[in-house]
Design a protein around this ligand. Structure first.
Ligand code: SAH
Length: 223
């Protein structure tokens, strides 16, 4: 900061602090580790330059075709629902901007982030590298297959909607592990917390959400 008045530059730190209070704490997010991490993570550096001034708005923002950075409240609620303590290995599906990946990296031991769009996968990997996250591995590919090479996982977080959770996630998750996934289609989706009990999903519904669909690969997704 120079000695000049910076009235033109948005005060992102103040916007971030207000976001944590009004959008997260006052709406019931309780996990102090999640609140602290989101209070420190510069969301403005994960959105496109055109959306930067809107980075702390109470909604999702467009990233690319078929990709949005989720609303802060939804990111917080999904992360809180995983109940992370700090040592877990987490599988993330639909990493998009890498904002959720960075948050997970702050709160668990190791993250495997899968993103189908190769362009997004490249840019989020570069961004996380530049920020110095060494506990996130980005994999370009179809997250419906999970990421078998690093299984078993303690938790799965999927940021794209699907009518049914992928069988691969169930296999790759440890017994007692948690998956947080938006279930449903175009008509409506509900954010679900799924716990693996005796090899099967035990489902708890959280609240209605609207995510982009978890989709099949297209020819342009070839790296
Ligand atoms: N968590 C991200 C949200 C990204 S939106 C963020 O906050 O920035 C959902 C993402 O899922 C998109 O980037 C989309 O490309 C990706 N996606 C869709 N289908 C997928 C699939 N089968 N495997 C992996 N990623 C997928």
């Amino acid at each position: 900061m120079g000695p000049w008045p910076s009235s033109a530059a948005p005060d992102f730190a103040a916007q971030r602090a207000a976001m944590v209070v009004r959008q997260l704490r006052e709406r019931g997010i309780r996990d102090e580790r999640v609140l602290r991490a989101m209070g420190a993570l510069p969301r403005e550096l994960f959105v496109t330059p055109e959306e930067r001034a809107r980075a702390y708005e109470d909604n999702a923002l467009p990233l690319a075709e078929g990709a949005t950075i989720s609303q802060p409240y939804v990111v917080a609620a999904m992360t809180e629902a995983l109940g992370l303590g700090g040592t877990e290995k987490v599988l993330e599906i639909g990493a998009g901007s890498g904002y959720q990946s960075a948050l997970l990296a702050e709160l668990c031991g190791e993250v495997h982030a899968v993103e189908l769009d190769p362009e997004l996968a490249r840019s989020l990997a570069a961004r996380l590298e530049a920020f110095g996250y060494h506990n996130v591995q980005v994999h370009a590919g179809d997250g419906r297959l999970g990421w078998d090479a690093a299984a078993p996982y303690d938790a799965v977080l999927c940021a794209a909607a699907t009518s049914t959770p992928s069988p691969a996630w169930l296999v790759q998750l440890r017994e007692g592990g948690v998956a947080v996934v938006p279930l449903g289609g175009e008509e409506g989706q509900i954010l679900c917390r799924l716990v693996k009990r005796r090899g099967r999903w035990q489902r708890e519904d959280l609240f209605p959400v609207r995510f982009v669909p978890l989709r099949a690969p297209r020819s342009e997704d070839e790296p």
